[in-house]
Design a protein around this ligand. Structure first.
Ligand code: NDP
Length: 282
């Protein structure tokens, strides 16, 4: 049986140590240093925090990070030209555009422009199509991190009843597809689901990606369920998730904390995708 706390901090540290070894081998044997380019538009504080964390992790692992900061009023054409340059730069293995983008920029056009071989965020329609078809390709980092955390913590997925609350393109939908690929029986709930508790109480594995602070309470969780909390909310008492942790942990057989659960896994999987892209260059 797995530990009660699904420790994303520890599991992500294990993954990063494995990646650092692999990066060293790529450098020693093939003279390749993985490169990740990050484009940040505007000065959204949360985006700045995420980009800084990614930069720091790159540095720690031996990945070269190329940060491009553009003003909030930059034109879409200017951002697309930057992506073209990065697409053609042989030193760049992965390209990441920090979301959300300002309203005057068409997010889909920007993500479509990234070369599929450099789409380490896994948001390009071709990457998403490959996920749907169960073909190899880049998987979005947060959903991939959730599956990796479950597997490395000894949680069996095959044959289990999995419920995902939330259907966003970056978390809900892709994590549901990954759970399906792992042979779970998957239900997706969302804001139009009439009786959410009735659906969530069916879950052996409950993934919550709603963006509403501590919305999932103990009465919505089956005894012994594994609960994955994707939500991040900054409060005066620090970070909290979409799950009311204190009461739900009494019922769950395992649960991710916030912070220290899904968050650190997201960055580790982004690094893993970048190393995968560099391996393809080799
Ligand atoms: P979105 O806002 O894009 O999607 C939220 C989803 O939740 C929607 O599908 C929405 O349904 C559904 N929803 C909203 N209210 C309810 C409700 N009352 N009952 C049932 N479903 C509801 O959010 P994201 O998926 O981008 O993010 C979710 C959370 O995860 C956020 O807190 C975000 O900060 C966090 N996050 C954390 C990451 C990490 O690394 N740990 C990475 C990415 C996100 P509908 O489609 O019907 O509107």
């Amino acid at each position: 049986m797995q530990d009660k706390i699904l420790d994303g901090k520890k599991v992500s540290a294990d993954i990063k140590a494995e990646l650092a070894d692999e990066i060293k081998k790529l450098q020693d044997k093939r003279n390749i240093t993985p490169g990740l380019a990050v484009a940040l538009v505007g000065e959204d504080p949360a985006s700045q925090v995420y980009v800084n964390m990614k930069e720091k992790t790159c540095k720690a692992l031996g990945i070269v990070s190329h940060k491009h900061v553009l003003p909030a009023d930059v034109s879409e054409d200017r951002l697309l030209s930057l992506i073209d340059v990065l697409n053609n730069d042989p030193e760049i293995d992965g390209i990441l555009v920090q979301l959300p983008l300002p309203g005057h920029i068409d997010e889909n056009r920007v993500l479509d422009r990234i070369k599929v071989e450099k789409d380490v965020d896994g948001f390009h329609p071709v990457s998403v199509g490959r996920l749907v078809l169960g073909q190899p390709g880049f998987r979005a980092a947060t959903p991939a991190g959730i599956i990796e955390l479950l597997k490395r913590s000894g949680v069996a997925i095959q044959g289990k009843e999995a419920v995902v609350v939330g259907r966003s393109n970056i978390v809900g939908k892709p994590v549901a597809l990954l759970l399906l690929n792992e042979h779970a029986t998957v239900t997706i709930a969302h804001s139009r689901t009439p009786d959410l508790g009735e659906v969530t109480r069916r879950a052996d594995i409950l993934v919550v990606a709603v963006g509403r602070r501590e919305m999932v309470t103990a009465d919505m969780v089956k005894e012994g369920a594994v609960v994955v909390d994707v939500g991040i909310h900054r409060t005066d008492d620090g970070l909290v998730g979409d799950v009311a942790f204190n009461q739900v942990q009494e019922k769950a057989s395992a649960i991710t904390p916030v912070p220290g659960g899904v968050g650190p896994m997201t960055i580790a999987m982004l690094m893993s995708n970048t190393v995968q892209a560099a391996r393809s260059r080799a």
